[in-house]
Write a protein that binds this ligand. Sequence first.
Ligand code: HEM
Length: 223
Amino acid sequence: MQSRAKMLGHAVHPILIVFPLGLLATAVIFDIIRLVTDRDSFALSAGHMIGAGLVGGAVAAVFGLVDWMAIPAGTRAKRIGALHGAGNAVVVLLFLVSFLLRLNSTEPWQPNALALMCSFVGFAIAGMTGWLGGELVERLGVSVDDGANVDASSSLSRAPARATRSAGGRRTPATVTGKSSHPKTAIAVVRVGPYHRDLGLPRCPTATYGGPAVPPGTVVVSG
Ligand code: HEM
């Protein structure tokens, strides 16, 4: 299913999540470097990165919520999305506590043990919620264009992803030559131009096409 919040044809949420994930993870790395080297400048950088990561996380979460609301109720994707969203809310809260502790520290921006613990636990949870995000996209097809395939047309075109590219960028006419071999499913057998490439099928002059049942002789256009 397609994302509801898109920019230039691509989902906004995955574009924005690089900010919280990158900034908060780097803050944890800087905290570790500071623990090892005892150089306060790393704690200063970590504190500021957490602040920026929190802003990025809040903005990214809005677009994630928009996409999650469009997932049909009762599906596994809805449940995984809820777990992912709630887990990330906990991550943001933990880093917020860490940030406030650093902000109010007697030595400016130096984290105490609790601030460090909040960051480290938040980082660990973010690893799990990130995996759930990948599950949503790669396994459950959330935010994937319907009919996405290795030869789909550009996201900037108005054509659906299901439509295939044809040589020279032209649309390829396809003629329906037979009826579905599956009486209960709407599949037609079509003969297409020499440049036709089908979803996952080897290049061939005849292909089985999903879609509405159409009578033999009909000319359909792909691309
Ligand atoms: C700090 C906050 C968040 C972070 C860091 C984050 C991170 C991620 C990551 C890493 C993915 C996988 C992207 C990919 O593999 O392309 C993802 C996907 C997704 N997340 Fe989040 N997420 C956050 C908040 C939320 C919230 C609050 C929701 C609402 C329930 C949400 C809903 C989704 C959905 C529906 C997807 C599937 C892809 C899409 O819709 O674009 N996320 N998220």
